[in-house]
Write a protein that binds this ligand. Structure first.
Ligand code: PRP
Ligand code: URA
Length: 209
């Protein structure tokens, strides 16, 4: 699918299998989601620009590279997106973190906004919206819309699992947004859950039901 990157690194696929497994408990689920967040951030930041830096090794001076001062922002969609934040900002400590609170109405499956706090210099940042699940795509599309309305310009989306319907919806509204995912699953069921998926990401992360 255009502008969609499936990050199929063996370590990610291995961990994803245990994340999907219904016998994986809350503690291990949370650890695995955090770890996969780190591994996926590694891949989504592959094209970060570098700049030269002169340093001295114990053997003498040399010119090396460091990541140039590009400003990044990470925007988890509450609640489940929080599960991936620590894994990502551990790798990119300079990133600012915004939060968008959305829940899916169980009847209409449409997102309802309940919280929004974003970095003030949004337009200067490369923004990564994060959420483990891209199901109907309503939540991700709403989050991107909120960010764009507040001045965000360069946005990408990082999810663990995507349904074809979600990818289609995000790209219908925002064709320029690159979607990074660890897998594209088969379909949605009648309740809007990804099949085979992993169940309810928020409930599995936080032990609620
Ligand atoms: C889940 C998930 C996404 C959304 C995906 O959140 O974390 O945000 O559903 O579904 P969609 O693509 O059809 O919008 P949920 O609404 O269950 O809230 P939670 O994170 O607080 O559990
Ligand atoms: N939200 C989830 O947590 N899981 C799904 O499969 C779909 C939406």
């Amino acid at each position: 699918m255009d502008n969609t990157v499936v990050i199929d690194h063996p370590l990610i696929q291995h961990k994803l299998t245990y994340i999907r497994d219904k016998n994986t408990g809350t503690k291990e689920f949370r650890e695995l989601v955090r770890e996969v967040g780190t591994l996926m951030a590694f891949e989504t930041t592959r094209n970060l620009p570098l700049q030269e830096k002169e340093i001295e090794t114990p053997l003498g001076p040399t010119r090396c590279h460091v990541v140039s001062g590009k400003k990044l922002g990470v925007v988890p969609i509450l609640r489940a997106g929080l599960g991936m934040v620590e894994g990502i900002v551990g790798l990119i400590p300079g990133a600012r973190v915004g939060h968008i609170g959305l829940y899916r109405d169980p009847e209409t499956l449409e997102p309802v906004e309940y919280y929004c706090k974003l970095p003030s210099d949004l337009e200067q940042r490369d923004l990564i919206v994060i959420d483990p699940m891209l199901a109907t795509g309503g939540s991700a599309a709403a989050a991107i819309e909120i960010i764009k309305k507040k001045g965000g310009k360069r946005v990408s989306l990082l999810v663990l699992l995507a349904a074809p319907e979600g990818i289609e919806r995000v790209h219908r509204n925002f064709p320029e947004v690159t979607i990074f995912t660890a897998a594209i699953d088969e379909k949605l069921n009648e309740k809007g859950y990804i099949v085979p998926g992993l169940g309810d990401a928020g409930d599995r992360l936080y032990g609620t039901r």
